[in-house]
Design a protein around this ligand. Structure first.
Ligand SMILES: [Zn+2]
Length: 232
């Protein structure tokens, strides 16, 4: 329980690798929550309660086929070990809200789910690549940023400790799904009310590497990881 299954590393996305991936059926056979993207980085994926949702930059929800591939997916068989209710919560206070996991578990991965009524939520939908190997940083420059007021929904994602940046995205990485299933994407900011916060420390990270030749065409440069926070 609470194992992470991840395909590929975030530094590879920074160099534009997005042509192969784990299948939806493979991930959903092991995991019930997660986040990621599709090939050519055309939008954002969020997995909630065993269902995968894919939003494209035109703000449309698409159904994923079991055989569709996800060049980046971070997912888990989420079984919360902590649940708490909060009247209000802002994104910048999330770490404090996860007490006592912080700082006691700060060098661990922590899966986080938040069900709430959002007074304000800001998210983005990235992509698609306009040419092969276009980097995540380039995509971030033309990302679609959306915001809503008074919308209820669910956030799911992970806290990844600082030493993992590059393989993962250090800090919180959260994706959104509205209760009416019409809106979703990668969270930039939120202000929530009537919050139910659930979390679990992830005990294992299973990392699958692409076996395609394309993955090894160019050396993944470690220095690209420092800009991950600008793109993810
Ligand atoms: Zn994201």
């Amino acid at each position: 329980m609470n194992h992470i299954h991840q395909y590929c590393v975030f530094s590879a996305l920074m160099q534009g690798f997005s042509s192969d991936g784990a299948t939806v059926s493979d991930i959903l056979s092991k995991c019930n929550h997660g986040l990621g993207t599709v090939c050519n980085m055309n939008g954002e994926i969020v997995i909630i309660d065993g269902e995968a949702y894919h939003f494209t930059p035109d703000d449309k929800l698409h159904k994923l086929a079991p055989t569709d591939r996800m060049p980046m997916i971070v997912a888990t068989d989420f079984q919360p070990t902590m649940t708490k209710s909060l009247d209000t919560l802002r994104m910048d206070a999330l770490k404090d809200a996860l007490h006592p996991y912080f700082p006691a578990k700060q060098n661990n991965f922590i899966a986080v789910r938040l069900d709430a009524s959002f007074k304000r939520i800001v998210y983005r939908i990235g992509g698609p690549q306009l040419r092969p190997k276009e980097s995540l940083l380039e995509l971030a420059k033309r990302q679609t940023v959306k915001s809503y007021e008074n919308i209820s929904g669910t956030l799911f994602g992970f806290y990844s400790p600082p030493y993992t940046n590059g393989l993962c995205v250090a800090g919180f990485h959260l994706h959104f799904l509205s209760d009416d299933r019409r809106a979703g994407g990668h969270i930039l900011d939120f202000e929530a009310e009537q919050v139910v916060l659930k979390a679990a420390v992830n005990t294992h990270l299973h990392l699958e590497f692409p076996q395609s030749e394309e993955f090894n065409e160019e050396l993944i440069l470690p220095e690209l990881a420092k800009d991950l926070h600008l793109a993810e």
